[in-house]
Design a protein around this ligand. Structure first.
Ligand SMILES: NC(=O)c1ccc[n+]([C@@H]2O[C@H](COP(=O)([O-])OP(=O)(O)OC[C@H]3O[C@@H](n4cnc5c(N)ncnc54)[C@H](O)[C@@H]3O)[C@@H](O)[C@H]2O)c1
Length: 322
């Protein structure tokens, strides 16, 4: 089976490709990424170097906003499954640069939808986000919970993706599955996310600015668990009249940011310095997902303990950066 992963040099894309490549008999993996410099391009290149050691992996430096170029890959490689992860991914950056999100997340995704329809893809899985729930107060967050009040343009772009995909599933019978990721962390993680920022600041004796005074609560989800669930879903497109589904991809174990910090300090064997600041616009206080729906479909319940995930990350972090 030929699978196309967009955003393959990114954090989640890299890990998905790594695991799919191992299933040699099952998958040929084709990856697209524009290698943009939103964060350290060297990290993206290092991820790619590891992927490119494998014969059943091919990379194309392309932008999903360039429909003509990516059509070439759909056409020549006989793609049957698409995993769309390419996007502008940070909430905070979307406060200053919303137009980038319009381009990559909405126009780019539109191209993926059109090409997936034209080349009769069996299954399009795409990244959404926990941020679509806005500041919903009814926990755990279920897939049916209201998502009509996004707090940032990033969240709005992800909600928009879900709605766009639903219309393509309805009109073109394109099987689509939306993946609402909840704060994914792990080795080769993004340097714009809390785990890297905290670990880096602690090691370098820099003060950490704690938004909302560290009282945020997040459903931290370890990368291996995310990849497992995505692989489980690949061959399970919806068979309904409108073949569309949405799943929370989460641990379902909410943790206060302060506890997360204590685990990082413990593994670095060093205390951090903190400056407590107010909540940022667009920030959500708490995320806590219900994962009942996906468990029913994949029969899987593997959740890596936060202690173990952080320990693995810090081990990698020290080796990679220092
Ligand atoms: N990591 C998380 O906790 C998390 C949470 C919720 C949702 N998501 C979503 O999951 C997806 C993957 O996230 P990630 O953490 O791996 O982010 P990432 O930034 O590491 O990966 C995204 C990759 O897409 C590439 N890209 C961006 N725009 C592109 C374009 N127009 N054409 C081609 N490539 C492009 C980037 O270069 C990057 O390598 C994103 O859609 C993100 O919004 C992630």
């Amino acid at each position: 089976m030929n699978i196309l992963i967009t955003g393959v040099a990114g954090f989640i894309g890299f890990h998905c490709a790594t695991e799919l490549i191992k299933l040699k008999k099952k998958y040929n993996v084709y990856g697209i990424d524009n290698l943009n410099d939103y964060y350290d391009v060297e990290l993206k290149k290092d991820r790619l170097k590891l992927l490119q050691k494998n014969k059943n992996f091919n990379f194309y430096k392309l932008d999903i906003t360039n429909k003509k170029k990516i059509e070439g890959v759909f056409k020549s490689k006989k793609i049957s499954v698409v995993l769309n992860l390419a996007a502008s991914a940070g909430v905070r950056y979307s406060l200053e640069n919303p137009s980038t999100y319009l381009q990559n997340n909405i126009n780019g995704f539109f191209n993926i939808l059109e090409l997936s329809t034209k080349y009769k893809i069996n299954h399009l899985l795409f990244a959404s986000s926990s941020s679509v729930y806005g500041d919903s107060k009814k926990f755990p967050l279920k897939e049916e919970t209201d998502t009509s009040k996004p707090l940032s343009f990033y969240a709005a772009s992800k909600k928009c993706n879900e709605v766009m995909a639903h219309s393509f599933a309805n009109i073109n019978n394109l099987p689509c599955t939306g993946l609402r990721f909840f704060t994914v962390y792990g080795e080769y993680g993004r340097p714009d996310m809390a785990l890297f920022k905290f670990a880096n600041s602690i090691i370098k004796n820099k003060k950490i600015e704690l938004y909302n005074k560290g009282n945020h609560i997040r459903d931290f989800t370890y990368i291996d668990d995310v990849v497992n669930q995505i692989i489980n879903l690949i061959n399970k497109p919806s068979r309904k009249k409108i073949p569309f589904r949405i799943f929370n991809i989460a641990s379902s174990k909410p943790v206060q940011l302060k506890k997360y910090l204590r685990l990082i300090e413990f593994n670095l064997n060093k205390k951090g310095k903190y400056k407590l600041i107010e909540k940022q616009p667009g920030d959500v206080y708490k995320t806590f997902a219900s994962t009942k729906k996906i468990k029913k479909i994949t029969n899987q319940n593997k959740v890596t303990k936060l202690q173990i995930g952080i320990e693995r990350y810090i081990k990698w972090f020290k080796k990679y950066y220092f």
